[in-house]
Design a protein around this ligand. Structure first.
Ligand code: MN
Length: 423
């Protein structure tokens, strides 16, 4: 059987050469149009394959899914069937869309029913997120923050190279790309003041991240090993962990992020499966000192995914402010999931686990304005449209990501969000 990732595969559906969504990708999402109620879809080129209609027309024979699993506004029902079932589903769709396979190709009556134009579709948040965790897994980011806020000589705290540090965030305020967010208000402590003030955040920031989405894990009390971890991960999205630095700075001691984070986080709408990302695996950074046994792993577990952040001022154009790569992560997905469950914590279908800010080794690859402006001590140019230290009202922050190998480009589309003034 030809792998769904084979670089030689082409589709009878037109795919522009720079598309994020060739037949080797086939990411899952939830969409609706003026005519179609919310349903599960798969992206191909500039179209969305309507999986509900494919099922109704009988193309999912011998797969376990029911029509109602696709006739819904989340991917949770199909993820309930687990990795093998969703892998079989992606393989079936790959085959149906493949050049030279005539099961669906050429059946114009069926094709017009199952292909929707992406331009006509509204994308929804693809999963109902039960629990959201944010890690802190970039050594460059953790080092930069440590230098700025603590001690340049001891930038990393003693636990950092032993534990994939993380915190539990809030799922209710995760929104899909394109959803505007309001500048948050809260307590801040002005420089040199001893008493806090209340008001709109002045130091609003983005964090360039990626997040993975889990299937149901093991029962409460059991752990997932690094070797088992990929069996419990459906796929990944781009993720902007919006952060209000002034609120965060005052509140975070001793228990960590709270209101400086939970006013909103933005996710891209297409979940790129771990299967589609398999060809883009690369070795991660060397881990020294050696990690404890339960965090050891075999094989390449990092992913070479180019990431770019843009700021678009109100009425203006997009300006690149950061170019990073997911391969820089010190802790990989398998280590994060193994650590998260080592105490018996149970993962559930639709849980979202974000990477933490993805900063690279050079300044232009820093994944937040906090680092790019070095705590507001310098400015970031937006071409001929001004400069920023943090995010201004009316700014749209856009993140895009893609992996390229053997002439195949697998993309994530984008996550974007506009900041509205505080009310
Ligand atoms: Mn974060």
């Amino acid at each position: 059987m030809i792998s769904a990732n084979d670089p030689s595969l082409t589709s009878w559906v037109n795919v522009p050469s720079n598309s994020d969504f060739p037949i080797q990708n086939l990411p899952f999402g939830v969409f609706k149009t003026a005519q179609l109620s919310a349903r599960v879809g798969v992206a191909i080129g500039e179209h969305i394959v309507d999986l509900k209609s494919l099922h109704v027309l009988g193309y999912f024979e011998n797969l376990p899914f029911r029509i109602e699993d696709f006739d819904t506004d989340t991917l949770n029902p199909i993820m309930k069937y687990g990795k093998k079932a969703t892998r079989d589903l992606r393989n079936r769709i790959s085959k149906l869309l493949r050049s030279g396979v005539t099961d669906l190709q050429g059946k114009e009556h069926h094709v017009s029913q199952v292909l929707a134009a992406m331009a006509d579709a509204e994308m929804l948040l693809p999963v109902h997120v039960g629990d959201y965790t944010d890690f802190y897994s970039s050594i460059e980011h953790a080092t930069n923050v440590g230098i700025m806020f603590r001690d340049p000589a001891n930038a990393l705290l003693p636990n950092w190279k032993h534990i994939p540090v993380g915190y539990h965030g809030r799922a209710s305020s995760i929104v899909v790309s394109g959803t505007p967010l309001r500048r948050p208000k809260g307590q801040q402590i002005p420089n040199d003041a001893t008493q806090p003030v209340y008001g709109a955040s002045k130091l609003l920031d983005f964090e360039l991240e990626m997040a993975f989405i889990t299937y149901d894990g093991k029962a409460l009390g059991e752990s997932i090993s690094t070797a088992e971890a990929e069996d419990f991960i459906f796929g990944m999205v781009l993720f902007n962990d919006w952060s209000a630095r002034d609120i965060q700075k005052w509140e975070y001691v001793p228990l960590g992020p709270f209101l400086g984070k939970n006013f909103g986080s933005s996710a891209s709408p297409w979940i790129v499966t771990l299967d589609a990302l398999e060809p883009f695996k690369v070795a991660g950074p060397e881990q020294e000192p050696k990690v404890l046994d339960y965090l050891t792993y075999e094989g390449d577990k990092n992913y070479d995914i180019d990431l770019t952040v843009y700021i678009q001022p109100e009425g203006g154009s997009e300006h690149v402010v950061s170019e990073s790569n997911f391969k820089y992560m010190y802790w990989n997905l398998c280590q994060q999931l193994a650590h998260h469950t080592v105490n018996g914590c149970n993962m559930r279908n639709g849980d979202m686990l974000a990477s933490g800010t993805i900063s690279g080794p050079v300044e232009s690859s820093y994944g937040s304005m906090l680092e790019l402006s070095w705590k507001g001590s310098k400015t970031v140019k937006l071409g001929d449209e001004g400069e920023r230290k943090f995010i201004a009202d009316g700014d749209t922050v856009i993140m895009r990501g893609h992996a390229t190998k053997d002439g195949v480009r697998i993309g994530f589309g984008e996550v974007s969000g506009k900041i509205l003034p505080a009310n």
